[in-house]
Ligand binder design. Sequence first.
Ligand code: SF4
Ligand code: SF4
Length: 169
Amino acid sequence: MIKQFVPQEFCIKCQGCCRFKEENSVWSPCLLDEEVQEFLDKPGIPAASITIDRRIQPIANPAGADFICPFLGTSDNKCKVYNIRPFECQLYPFLINLRKSKVLLTVDLNCPYVYQAINSQEAKDYIVYLTNYLNSSPLRLMLKDNPQIIQAYEEVREVAELSLPDETK
Ligand code: SF4
Ligand code: SF4
């Protein structure tokens, strides 16, 4: 599990994550190959929750006009699969981004917590932690085996350059 930057109590009061404007949103979490299997092996998780391109399939929000992750608890705003939530969910509001053949660590400043904290020492220390973690050999191998999670997100801020997965030997 990745050390979290945003305190859980802040997230529970926020309505920022796990909701999407479109049914096929690029912001819907993309799963590692092993996570797809873990989800499909878990009793009660329908295969239709995972798309052919290994994303969680958002569903219509019964309480609004948008779409939500099928694993979001609408009454308590908590993730129903928190202990096995995907790598991308653990990483957010940070994201792994492909830009002009560079693999970058980026941050989505639409997250209100990181928006107010991005220039703090806490954020600088966390970015060093996350960069070192993602550049470690096991994580580089994992990225090499799961290129689907290196995506071209737009309107996110670059905070560090990562080692390219194909450099992993
Ligand atoms: S947008 Fe930020 S503060 Fe809000 S739920 Fe997501 S990570 Fe937490
Ligand atoms: S798996 Fe959990 S944390 Fe990830 S989008 Fe769904 S509800 Fe949110």
